[in-house]
Design a protein around this ligand. Structure first.
Ligand SMILES: *Cc1c(COP(=O)(O)O)cnc(C)c1O
Length: 385
């Protein structure tokens, strides 16, 4: 093919992104170091307030990471052993992990084949008298069917915790035309600032998005050792904080979040354009009900071995990732809940057929052509074009 191997291709290119923002980030970090206010410095609240404005919600409660955000949400809603929480079987482990840790019972539900998102019709079927909450995951950067999920939650008096770790900045459109940001529709939204997330810091970080004042206060208290007044502990809490240095980085990056999402969408559109006409693979389906922030661009390999393509690309210097190779109900750690192969056929199928391509804010046309040309070449070799 006519395109040469560009500079090293990466799944995400955090260093180049940093170089574009270097002056502002360096200055913000230097300022924190000057004050040495590393824990709960003023920038933490400034960033939280700006993220709340961005999402048009009353409260953002920062915490140590996205997994903690989920745990804090479940603790604040007083979910207890014996309670059931509905989660998709095709997601990152953190979603189910905190449920298990708290002694709550995760109830897995299969996802939709085209969107990778929890299937609301199946959610309804899994509700029992013990069900307390639904955790939709806005997987890969697109909102789950929140209108249907909120209706089910309302009908059955359930909490909704939106796992927004992969979809910060995405916007959901209701059928009446009104719009809300991902993570601001349910009872609580949770997110992660893990470096490779769409809004990532230089380490671990997370936050909860909350509308209700009392609930936000309760979350703050639990995240701070269960205290409102220092050394007076009213409830059993945890220690979960966002470092001031991380908040300083995030405050700079938040200003760029919309342009980050645009850059990711440009790459996604290019992939769609180049690969959309092959029946051997499926490009990610976009829903009219949500914008997509493309945390991942994930292909479904319909009529060839996913691992063959993965290897073919690897040999040409193109990294790809499998998110996720084993659905949660088949993970060893979750065998105690008694699920077996065949329980969630879509999740199982996707686990064997998905392949995520490099997508980030720093990709150029040359790199993108190189990737899609290699995929087309693979399809030609396999006689699938
Ligand atoms: C990354 C992620 C989390 C956990 O976030 P951490 O900050 O790594 O703890 C939770 N859920 C989903 C869907 C994620 O992608």
């Amino acid at each position: 093919m006519s395109h040469q191997i560009p500079i090293k291709i990466q799944m995400v290119d955090l260093y180049s992104q940093y170089l574009h923002l270097k002056d502002d980030i360096d200055a913000a970090m230097a300022e924190v170091i000057k004050t040495s206010s590393y824990i709960n410095g003023p920038i933490v609240n400034e960033f939280a307030a700006e993220l709340a404005v961005y999402n048009n919600i009353n409260h953002v409660v920062p915490c140590a990471n996205g997994t903690d955000a989920l745990q804090l949400a479940m603790m604040a809603l007083d979910l207890k052993p014996g309670d059931e929480v509905i989660v998709p079987s095709f997601t990152y482990v953190a979603t189910a992990e905190v449920i298990a840790l708290l002694g709550i019972t995760p109830v897995f539900v299969d996802v939709d084949k085209d969107t990778f998102l929890i299937n609301p019709e199946l959610v309804e079927k899994h509700i029992t008298p013990q069900t307390k909450a639904i955790v939709p995951v806005h997987l890969f950067g697109q909102c789950a069917d929140m209108e249907a999920i909120m209706k089910i939650a309302h009908d059955h008096n359930l909490y909704v915790i939106e796992d927004t770790a992969q979809a910060i900045g995405a916007e959901y459109r209701f059928s009446n035309g009104s719009k809300k940001k991902a993570g601001t529709i349910g009872t609580i939204g949770t997110t992660s600032f893990f470096p490779s997330k769409n809004l990532g810091c230089f380490g671990d970080g997370g936050a909860l998005l909350v509308e209700d004042d009392d609930l936000a206060e309760r979350i703050r208290m639990i995240a701070n050792h269960g205290q409102q007044v220092k050394y007076y502990h009213d409830i059993v809490g945890v220690n979960s904080r966002l470092d001031t240095l991380q908040a300083a980085v995030l405050k700079v990056k938040l200003k760029e979040l919309n342009s980050f999402s645009e850059r990711r969408n440009e790459s996604a559109c290019f992939y769609d354009e180049q690969l959309g006409n092959y029946t051997a693979l499926s490009c990610p389906r976009r829903l009219p009900s949500s914008t997509h922030v493309f945390h991942q661009y994930t292909l479904i390999c319909n009529s060839f071995d996913r691992d063959d393509l993965k290897q073919y690309l690897a040999e040409r210097g193109i990294p790809t990732m499998v998110y996720y190779p084993v659905p949660l109900h088949l993970q060893k750690a979750y065998q105690m809940y008694g699920y077996s192969e065949g329980d969630f056929p879509i999740s199982e199928l996707l686990s064997s057929r998905v392949l995520s391509l490099p997508i980030h804010t720093e990709q150029n046309k040359e790199e993108l052509y190189y990737i899609t040309d290699a995929i087309k070449e693979f399809l030609t070799v396999k006689g699938l074009n």
